[in-house]
Design a binder for this molecule. Structure first.
Ligand SMILES: [Mg+2]
Length: 402
């Protein structure tokens, strides 16, 4: 006890346990990225085409003490290229290195690749998977779930039904796809628009009429709209109570975002095609978009997504991360949302037949009757990886959407 009557003696054995690892135990001994694929026979139709296969890039980092971290780098429609970038250019920059030095390793890639060779998407995406794996290692090293490492709480976060689902189809068929999702607990669903104005409006109307006003309806145009399209759909979307319009335009079409935001009270959402805090800084400063959607497997990893969330928080903007395809990044997104003060929604991947969510990893989430998700106390990202799945699903060259 000190002079103020406060117990200061900490249980020494606990401190010793935490110190039992040597720093050199976390030397990186290997970084391997593997592109994997699954073929689809009945993929969803979006503004970017019909999905015919699903790709992913799994990053595996091994440390000297044997702790292994996994991460996902978004496939970027070129999974083999993203994996090769990680296995060559980024690996060369990071090794030798310590898996403990997350920020320092991020900065190495910034210095030697991003700053000096441009914000090439493959490099940032590769870094995202590496950063995720480094955080997985840190959590496993101390036995803590990622959210706790990040200062988060075990409070569940709201989820909406998203992913490559609820696409272009006849209104009645769209309603049929949404029914089991709503019955399973989702209070919000995201519909794919970016088709003709008439088709988009009829689909949103059918879902609104079937489920009533209690269901939150979000729409995503996957960059498929022109300003003229937006002028046509906005009045109906507003009348139908659409809660956000996502990516009406390409990421760098700043003028159209500004013009659209001046014509509607529907919040605009964007961010899945923005990379690093430097691009998000402009998105936030422009003030046109009110829902910020970094993808933890694209924007620069967990480290960078936390920085982006901080930038958004300073402007009172909410975070609804875009979800990539595997249980690894989806778990990471939930951990991040549990750790920030401006969490809005987790994009629950309800993509039919997505073995990257259910078989590559243990299932990353389940929806509660309240429409929420939360990670467990399992250390690191909190999902197990089946290495044999990776071996059994080699990369399939060719188009993702036709
Ligand atoms: Mg989207």
């Amino acid at each position: 006890m000190n002079t103020h009557g406060v117990v200061t003696a900490e249980p020494q054995e606990l401190i010793n346990q935490a110190r039992s690892h040597q720093r050199s135990d976390f030397d990186i001994v290997d970084i391997v990225a593997t592109p994997i694929s699954v073929a689809l026979t009945n993929g969803s139709q979006l503004a970017i085409g019909r999905a015919v296969k699903r790709d992913a890039v799994v990053v595996k980092i091994t440390t000297r003490c044997g702790i292994i971290g996994y991460g996902e780098a978004h496939h970027a429609r070129a999974a083999n290229v993203v994996a090769e970038t990680i296995n060559t250019a980024l690996r060369d920059i990071l090794m030798p290195g310590s898996a403990l030095d997350v920020v320092e390793l991020w900065d190495r890639i910034y210095t030697w690749q991003l700053r000096s060779h441009g914000l090439g998407a493959a490099a940032v995406i590769g870094m995202s998977g590496i950063d995720m794996a480094l955080w997985d290692i840190r959590g496993k090293a101390v036995g803590w779930p990622l959210y706790r490492m990040l200062g988060g709480s075990p409070t569940p976060v709201q989820a909406y039904a998203g992913g490559v689902a609820l696409g272009w189809q006849a209104p009645s068929s769209l309603v049929n796809e949404a029914v089991p999702l709503v019955e399973s607990g989702y209070k919000a669903v995201k519909l794919r628009v970016g088709d003709t104005a008439a088709a988009d409006i009829s689909r949103v109307r059918a879902v609104r009429e079937h489920f009533g006003d209690d269901l939150t309806i979000l729409v995503d145009a996957n960059t498929g709209y022109t300003m003229e399209d937006v002028r046509r759909v906005l009045p109906a979307f507003q009348e139908l109570g659409v809660a956000w319009l996502e990516e009406p335009f390409p990421a760098n079409d700043h003028r159209s975002y500004r013009m659209a935001s001046e014509q509607t009270t529907i919040p605009l959402a964007a961010g899945e095609n923005h990379y690093t805090r430097y691009e998000f800084a402009r998105l936030i400063e422009d003030g046109s978009v009110s829902m910020i959607q970094p993808d933890v497997a694209k924007a620069g990893g967990i480290t960078e997504t936390m920085r982006i969330a901080g930038l958004a928080s300073a402007s009172k903007l909410l975070i609804a991360p875009h979800s990539s395809v595997t249980g690894l990044s989806q778990a990471a997104s939930i951990h991040v949302l549990m750790s920030i003060d401006n969490a809005r929604y987790f994009e629950a991947d309800v993509t039919p037949d997505n073995p990257f969510r259910e078989e590559l990893t243990s299932s990353p989430f389940s929806i509660s009757p309240e429409g929420t998700v939360a990670m467990t106390e399992k250390p690191g990202l909190g999902v197990d990886v089946d290495e044999s799945f990776i071996e059994r699903h080699p990369f399939i060259p060719g188009k993702n959407f036709v």
